[in-house]
Every structure is written in C-alpha cells, then in structure tokens.
Unconditional design. Structure first.
Length: 276
C-alpha cells in the first residue's frame, strides 16, 4: 500500500481535540493530517481509494464532520472517506482494539491525554516532514495550540478545535429564587452558591463528575497550585485531599449530585448529562 497524505479542512467543533495520523505499526502506512480553516491551497490528488476517519462525539458533531468530509471530497475529486463515529467511551475501546490488531484508521481524533501512549507504541505518524515540505500549511495556526499535538521532538496531531470550561445553570430558576451568580467566583463562593441553590430550589450541582481529570487541575489552580511542572506532580497531599473532600462533603451535605446516577448513563455524552 502506498503512503498517502490527505489534508482535511476542519471546523471548530464542540470539544477540544486533536486530529492525528493513524498507522498500522508498519512503515507502509497511510497517513492523513488536518489543518486549520483557511490554511494553504494545496490538496492531494485522489486515486479513488478510501481513507478511514474515526471520531467521537454526539450526533451533532457526527453530522458536521460528515458534512466536512463530503465537502472535501467534492472539492478534491477522487478523495473518499469512510467515516466511523462513536460515543466517547466506545470510541477508545474500539481504537484500542484496532491498534492491537494493527488496523488503525487513517485519520483519528485523538485526546491529549492519550497521544503520548499512541506515539510510544508507534501508532501515529510524525507530521513534521509534511509541514516542512509544505504539504501541510500551518502558517495560520497559533503556535501554542499547535504545540498541543507535540510529543517529544515530533508533531503527531493538529488541533481541530479548542474550548474552555464553563458554568452552566438554569437562569430562570435561579432568578425566580432570587439567587445571583457572580462572575469570577472563588471556590468558597461557588460552594456557597451551590448550597444556596439546593436550599432554595431543591436542585443539586454536578461538579464535572464525568470530566474530573480536567477539573482537578482547575481546582488546584484556584489554590495557586500547578498540577504538573517540570515533569513532576506539583502540590502536596493536602492539596489533593481537599479536592476529593469537595465531592465527599458535597454528597454528604446533599448539594452535589450522587455519582450513582452515572451508572446508567454514558459518561461524556452531553445528551445524558444529569443537568440536561
């Protein structure tokens, strides 16, 4: 199988993620990379073969990604894609199975938490040569965002969307209860707000239960603690204990959603969030 490279024009989707080039673990691997909207004009000439693209998300992302792939195929005759879509949890199980069987998709959506693992197992293609020879144009990509796809000295993925954490609440319900939500709250103020909401409305709070690995970093930052620095874990045992106590006391006091409700839900699915 000849080595191939395709550039996929991507839109900013609803989650921060990386698009990487999947490989079968052999030197004869098809590769594909993504580029930011508005990047260079070069496009590969298709030979009628079909490249497999895999991503996670909800139905909205699925439909938008399919539309992007179809548009690219229309603009580049001969380039075809086989889209494979899964929910978050199922996606990683399927990708791990494909990796073990040396049948990785050609283009995969990758999360920064796993990129080093896949690079270490020689499952992703280094895009650096394709950037250096002009095949992939990243001239309009922010350097800090671009660096999110780096592992060691190589660039193994290109960010196809960034986001930021947000506080979501029912404004109508809180306004009716006379509750004011401040901007830039401290953690103590946020906890006080959650307790007030529970007392006045009966509603509980979901504190990023399905995304705790990210929230713990935010929590530590609020206390001027950097979780990872110079390759080491920052902070003290007490810093991390306070994070877990937030959930423990919140559940005992009744203002945090009990984690048992997630047993019958798909973790990471927006549609199944208990607040929806």
């Amino acid at each position: 199988m000849k080595k191939k490279l395709a550039l996929m024009l991507t839109a900013a989707l609803a989650a921060a993620s990386l698009t990487a080039c999947g490989g079968s673990g052999t030197a004869d691997t098809r590769a594909a990379g993504s580029r930011a909207e508005g990047a260079g004009e070069k496009a590969p000439s298709g030979d009628g073969s079909e490249m497999v693209v895999a991503w996670w998300g909800n139905q909205v992302r699925n439909e938008r990604t399919q539309a992007i792939l179809e548009l690219y195929s229309q603009q580049n005759p001969g380039v075809a894609f086989d889209g494979q879509f899964s929910e978050w949890a199922d996606y990683w199980n399927k990708l791990a199975t494909a990796a073990a069987g040396h049948s990785m998709p050609d283009i995969v959506q990758m999360d920064y938490k796993y990129i080093q693992q896949y690079v270490n197992n020689d499952l992703l293609v280094d895009l650096t040569p394709y950037i250096e020879n002009g095949t992939i144009d990243v001239s309009n990509c922010n350097e800090d965002v671009l660096n999110s796809g780096k592992a060691g000295d190589g660039l193994y993925a290109i960010c196809n969307g960034i986001n930021a954490p947000a506080l979501l609440y029912n404004k109508t319900a809180l306004d009716e209860a006379g509750i004011t939500v401040k901007d830039n709250m401290t953690m103590d103020e946020f906890i006080a707000l959650c307790k007030e909401v529970r007392e006045k409305t009966g509603y509980k709070t979901n504190i990023a239960y399905n995304n705790g690995e990210n929230f713990i970093e935010y929590f530590l930052r609020a206390n001027d603690v950097v979780m990872f620095e110079d390759g080491k874990l920052g902070g003290t045992a007490d810093d991390y204990a306070s994070y877990f106590k937030l959930y423990e006391y919140g559940i005992k006091d009744g203002w945090v959603v009990d984690p048992s409700i997630f047993a019958e839900r798909t973790i990471g699915s927006v549609e199944q969030d208990p607040m929806v």
